[in-house]
Structures are given as structure tokens and as C-alpha cells.
Design a protein around this ligand. Structure first.
Ligand SMILES: O=C(O)C(=O)C[C@H](O)[C@H](O)COP(=O)(O)O
Length: 295
């Protein structure tokens, strides 16, 4: 059985209902991808999530939520700790986030990490720029070492840079760690708009070239409504997403894309076909509020 293991932070999510109230849920970029992967994949794919939580009620509820969703928690419990929280603000369907996560237990997830649990040849470990951003420097180094070791055992590393300048100490630090992660990944899943702002890429192809140049064997560049660029060492192709007329909340569009893409790839699809599945799922996710939309 193949396994996808997401690594990062899941938070309490406050999503606007449109009637002045907020709906509480649980979400976080790599977790969202796992949640969608679980819903799409058959029973032959196992999905797990590695993080650190506290021993309080919100942490227990998060664990229950994951189990109910079919995602296996690989949790380190930090006594006295808790989980983070974020709130979505919407303007014309475009989302922005406010965070209360500076003391969340997830920041310690790599403190005593030695090996990725229960991962073998062909499995996929998923990390993001957010996973790295929340860790202390020593945790970032540790996590990349553990990923590097896992790769030697045939685990494939997928990386979404998910650029969140707010979470990093400085732009320079963010750029340095994002590219360090790019060097240990097999599959890079960047979004051109974020990358252009912080790395100056002229277009999605330039983003693809930068990650391919760092060593990623498969690069898939998302670009909102514009074509997805798929780059391998010896090929480049584009997939044009179908036009989306209804945009309610873009939260987790990229995460959902990643979930559908990875599942299709693990089920044997070509990258272009997998990217089409990614676009189709994103289109459904942005037509509803919140990160996790039942599909
Ligand atoms: O910012 C964070 O730390 C989060 O995890 C909040 C969100 O759930 C995802 O970030 C959504 O991701 P997008 O697919 O880029 O919209």
C-alpha cells in the first residue's frame, strides 16, 4: 500500500459564513492536501499527517476530526501545548489570513524527529514553505535532513513553497529555505503569482525552470486561471484550466490541486492528466467557503 504523509501544521479555522458569523473548522495547507487526497483516493492509498499538538480539548478535537476524515494522525503530544488558529477574510472572493499561531505546538514538530514514521519505497512525504516557516532554524535543518534520508529509502518528497512572507523572519531567510527545500524534493508544486513577487520570475515557465534547476524532477507550476506548466528534465507542457465563473473563496485552491494531482499521479496517471484532475478539483473548491469543501 502506498502512503502519503503530510507534514506541517493544522489549525483551527474561522471561515466567514457570509452572514456575519464564522464557521469553525480545522485546516492548514499540507493537511488540506491530505484531506482532499483521502476523499479522492481508494482504500489502497493510506494518508497520514505528522504534526505536534497539545493535550488540551482543541488538540483532541483535531485528532478526532482527522481520524473521522480517514487521515491517520502521527502526532507528538506536547503537554501544556495547544494548536494555532487562523481567520479568513474575503474581498471579492480573494482570501487573506490572520494568524494566532506563534505559540502552537506544531512549531516543535521537528524537535525530536529522527525518521519519517512508517514510510517506504514509493511513498510520498509532503511539506510546504509554511511547514518550514513555522519551525525554528534547528527544526528546519532537522526536517530537511530527515527528508533527505527518507529519499535515500525511495520516499518521494513533494514540496509546495506556499509563500507566506508574514510567517518568515525576513524575505532573504524565506528565499534561502524555500530553495533549500527545493533541493531535497522530487515534486515541486509552486504557484507562479507568489513566486513572481518574491523571486522575480518573469512567467510560470521561469518558475518551473528555477525549481527544475534546483533538482526537482517534476515541477508543476499553478498560475490561477492561467495555464499550469509541467516541467521535467526533458519536457515542458502546459494545461489550460477550464474557465471558472463562480469564485466564492479561493482558500485552499492550491492545496486541493495538490491533493488531486498527487492521488492521480500515485494511481498511475501521466503528469498532464494529473494536473487536469488538480484543476478540476480547485474549480470546485473555490466555488464554496473555507478550505475543506466536501467533494
Ligand atoms: O496559511 C496557512 O498557514 C494555512 O495553512 C491556511 C490555509 O488553509 C491554506 O494556506 C490555504 O492555502 P492556499 O491553497 O494557498 O489557499
Amino acid at each position: 500500500m502506498t502512503r502519503i504523509l503530510g507534514i506541517g501544521e493544522c489549525m483551527i479555522e474561522m471561515a466567514p459564513t457570509g452572514e456575519g458569523t464564522f464557521a469553525m473548522g480545522f485546516a492548514g495547507d499540507t493537511f488540506n492536501t491530505c484531506w482532499y487526497a483521502r476523499r479522492l483516493a481508494g482504500p489502497e492509498l493510506r494518508v497520514g499527517y505528522l504534526t505536534a499538538v497539545g493535550d488540551d480539548d482543541p488538540s483532541r478535537r483535531m485528532e478526532e476530526f482527522m481520524r473521522d476524515a480517514g487521515v491517520e494522525p502521527e502526532f507528538t503530544v506536547r503537554p501544556g501545548g495547544s494548536v494555532g488558529l487562523y481567520m479568513i477574510s474575503l474581498k471579492d472572493g480573494e482570501r487573506s489570513f490572520s494568524y494566532w499561531r506563534s505559540t502552537s505546538a506544531a512549531r516543535t514538530l521537528a524537535d525530536d524527529l529522527e525518521v519519517l514514521p512508517d514510510m517506504t519505497d514509493g511513498d510520498v512525504a509532503l511539506v510546504s514553505g509554511i511547514t518550514l516557516a513555522i519551525l525554528p532554524e534547528a527544526g528546519r535543518t532537522r526536517l530537511l535532513e530527515v527528508l533527505h534520508d527518507a529519499r535515500k529509502r525511495g520516499v518521494r518528497v513533494a514540496f509546495d513553497p506556499n509563500i507566506r512572507p508574514k510567517l518568515w523572519e525576513s524575505t532573504e531567510t524565506m528565499r534561502r529555505w524555500v530553495m533549500a527545500a527545493a533541493r531535497v524534493c522530487d515534486i515541486a508544486l509552486p504557484s507562479h503569482e507568489d513566486e513572481a513577487t518574491h523571486f522575480g520570475d518573469a512567467d510560470a515557465s521561469a518558475t518551473a525552470d528555477r525549481y527544475a534547476g534546483a533538482g526537482a524532477g517534476l515541477v508543476v507550476v499553478k498560475d490561477g486561471a492561467d495555464p499550469v506548466v509541467i516541467r521535467t528534465p526533458d519536457s515542458r507542457e502546459t494545461i489550460t484550466p477550464a474557465r471558472v465563473t463562480e469564485v466564492v473563496d479561493t482558500t485552499a485552491a492550491g492545496d486541493a490541486f495538490n491533493g488531486a494531482f498527487l492521488v492521480a499521479l500515485l494511481e498511475g496517471a501521466e503528469a498532464a492528466q494529473a494536473a487536469k484532475a488538480g484543476c478540476a478539483l480547485s474549480a470546485r473548491v473555490i466555488a464554496a467557503r473555507g478550505a475543506l469543501v466536501p467533494v
